[in-house]
Design a protein around this ligand. Structure first.
Ligand SMILES: N[C@@H](CCC(=O)N[C@@H](CS)C(=O)NCC(=O)O)C(=O)O
Length: 205
């Protein structure tokens, strides 16, 4: 298998951390693409018509896209340690929290960064200041419920580390590009962030 990826981008990073937690980060070949020049070209559009990363090339030559789908596949072929749930209820709740973070935290933060950081104009052109403003408001509001959620449990989806923590961490790290550091103002996010950053797998970030 080969992973087409970009080290600093949040969605590829989700897959990197997931692989690291599984002890697979160094055993799958990673091909770094320059997002400004190497994703909207025929070679990559053949792998993913949307021109995005990550893309996992399977040994039979098929291309699997979408971070969560890649993680689901990796979880199925390397079940240990479990990151997506064991019993039906647990799987469903972990997915619920993961998707809540993906849509409620990662998307607004990504829009804020893509429309608000001058360096991202190569990916988002035209950049629209109003989109950045609206996204930043949504992201700030999301931090309130995330902080409240994290006052009630150790991790994003419960009392153990899961894929939802990976998604959350990658989203918040990306927001550093617009100097947004919610852990400085939200104590439960700060407590959680220290907890996950101490994991050996996070040494890759
Ligand atoms: N829903 C997709 C989103 C993938 C995505 O947006 N990837 C970004 C990097 S985080 C990308 O390839 N951007 C290049 C571009 O916008 O041209 C997933 O979960 O993998």
């Amino acid at each position: 298998m080969k992973l087409y990826t970009a080290i600093l981008a949040p969605n590829p990073r989700r897959v990197h951390l997931f692989l690291a937690e599984k002890g697979l980060y160094d055993s799958i070949e990673r091909i770094e693409l320059d997002l400004a020049t190497q994703t909207k070209v025929p070679d990559h559009l053949r792998r993913n018509p949307l021109g995005l990363v990550p893309v996992l090339e399977l040994d039979d030559g098929r291309f699997l896209t979408e971070s969560r789908a890649i993680c689901t596949y990796v979880e199925a072929i390397h079940p240990e340690p479990n990151l997506m749930g064991l019993m039906p209820e647990e799987c469903a709740f972990i997915e619920m929290f993961d998707r809540r973070i993906e849509f409620g935290v990662l998307y607004p933060l990504a829009n804020w960064v893509r429309h608000g950081h001058p360096g991202l104009v190569v990916l988002e052109n035209p950049q629209i200041a109003q989109v950045a403003d609206v996204a930043s408001e949504k992201a700030r509001a999301a931090m309130v419920w995330l902080d409240e959620d994290l006052s009630q449990r150790d991790y994003v989806a419960g009392n153990r580390f899961t894929i939802a923590d990976i998604t959350t961490y990658c989203a918040l790290e990306f927001a550093r590009l617009v100097k947004f550091k919610p852990w400085e103002t939200h104590p439960n996010i700060a407590r959680w962030r220290d907890l996950v950053r101490a994991r050996p797998s996070f040494a890759i970030t």
